[in-house]
Design a binder for this molecule. Structure first.
Ligand code: SF4
Length: 210
């Protein structure tokens, strides 16, 4: 079997094992574990926060409104969506039921740490050239404590988890941006992602556009 075939099998095994994970209390809140998806030999691995309402029901990452923003931004940055692996730092939907709705709650550090071994396993199997931290929770999972999305977006930083990590916003932040500022927020997100179309070494530690 080819190396790529073995990696795809290893991911399938991880996905099966994660489906029964009870390592933190979030397994009681979410409908199911939402594991990462994408080619086992992807050059780029994107990490978000956690599945949202739609992802939780469908069992796939980035299929809701934030996923549509991500798809559009990748397309504008000339990055093939089908060639990237997408996952989340936390693989169950942390939420609070309110009437018929389920309100998103930000995962805390104990959830991130409990779930980290799944992310590490995905990184070990996929072995991407570069990882993208989409928003603060992914930054917390992948990078030292002093890294901030606002100060460090557009930079590629070393991570003890392995490959270097590009810092940027979570696509849901663009949905929350006021109408008059949304186009500029989208342009800035696309600009961050477009860094990935250059050789990684050329931008390591540097700011976007510098
Ligand atoms: S959030 Fe992660 S660690 Fe917690 S139960 Fe789900 S898969 Fe396991």
């Amino acid at each position: 079997m080819t190396g790529g075939g073995q990696a795809a099998l290893a991911l399938a095994e991880l996905r099966r094992a994660a489906a029964g994970c009870t390592d933190c209390e979030l397994y009681r809140e979410g409908t199911q574990t939402v594991f990462g998806e994408g080619p086992a030999a992807a050059r780029i691995l994107l990490v978000g926060e956690q599945p949202g309402d739609r992802e939780d029901r469908e069992g796939h990452p980035f299929v809701g409104p934030a996923g549509r923003i991500l798809d559009r931004a990748l397309d504008r940055a000339s990055i093939d969506r089908d060639a990237v692996y997408v996952t989340n730092a936390v693989k169950h939907f942390h939420n609070e039921p309110r009437g018929k709705k389920r309100i998103h709650r930000k995962p805390n550090l104990s959830h991130i740490r409990a779930c980290e071994h799944w992310l590490r396993s995905e990184l070990e199997v996929v072995r991407p050239e570069v990882v993208v931290a989409l928003g603060a929770t992914a930054v917390q999972a992948l990078l030292p404590r002093d890294v901030r999305v606002t100060a460090d977006r557009g930079r590629i930083l070393p991570s003890e988890l392995g490959p270097p990590v590009l810092v940027t916003v979570h696509p849901s932040s663009i949905l929350r941006t006021a109408d008059e500022d949304r186009a500029a927020a989208m342009r800035a997100f696309v600009r961050d992602l477009a860094i990935l179309t250059r050789p990684v070494g050329a931008t390591s530690g540097g700011h976007a556009g510098s």
